[in-house]
Design a protein around this ligand. Sequence first.
Ligand code: UT7
Length: 321
Amino acid sequence: MIRSVITGTGSALPAKCVTNAELAERVETSDDWIVDRTGIRQRYIAGEGEYTSTLATEAARAALEAASIDAAEIGLIVLATATPDHTFPATATQVQAALGCGGGVAFDVQAVCSGFLYALATADSLLRTGMAQKALVIGAETFSRILDWEDRTTCVLFGDGAGAVVLEARDVAEDGPGILASRLHAEGAHKDMLYVDGGPSTTGTVGHLRMRGREVFRHAVVNLADVLKEVLDDTGLAASDIDWVVPHQANARILDATARKLDLPPEKVIVTVDRHANTSAASVPLALDVAMRDGRIKAGDLVMFEAMGGGFTWGASLARM
Ligand code: UT7
């Protein structure tokens, strides 16, 4: 059967790291509050000359190298971001040009923190129709540029970065590698809980992120536990079969609560929120790359990806590496 197989991963972070103590000099907050409520200790913030496209390109290059393939072989780029370099063209097309891909399909998807899950499921579907053989799926963000740096309830939570995977269509055995199942959801009625108060069609400005954190938290735990169960039901596998969960890194307490709901031991959950904070669409591929490179995730492992974000949108994918 034809499946989309993850054959390489890569990631990129801005040069500048900002600690909680440094943020406490700008807004009324403290390292203790941030660590206690979120698990975040630091985040990376894009500086001059660092953009969503440059971080995405660096992550994509690392993923191509890990997969041992040339950019010219890539026929599809799906890039998830809510912070594109420009309103248009799609950041994916800028990455395509920077890599020297020379052709194929390239577009952005926008599902905020769930963006990578939406991009992965979209690329997987297109590969299985034969639209392309080899794809780059990227999550890349510069949320620091849409934060209200006076609002302590949001500015301490986010960071910048990018992660990428190479996805290849392969003819594999039933128990072979590849994406086994994906489920996506959206519920537009909750827009006011997490949104940006600007945009080209409304204010004509970029705007700032606004969030009712406590409500988002409550929805996240319920929705994520449900969608993980849906994906397991689709594949006939049990939570105990999962080797690793690579979740969206919004808050260490959401990661713990979701793992508890599914009876998953916390050691199986990849956690990078302490180092990267919430990097929106970049967080899942960033965390995956960390765990691939430090040797925790190995060939043959069953890995669950999951995310929830603005929209609301949420989703999960199960893959054998
Ligand atoms: O990635 C997209 C999805 N996003 C999420 O999943 C985020 C989900 N939500 C969360 O992670 C948490 O709700 C937060 C981390 C945003 C907030 O944690 P919380 O435990 O829900 O705190 P809270 O909003 O209930 O605020 C508690 C108190 C408030 O003070 P009062 O009203 O009790 O006096 C806040 O004003 O903490 C105060 N507070 C802060 N204090 C110090 C809020 N932000 C800060 C801060 N430093 N940065």
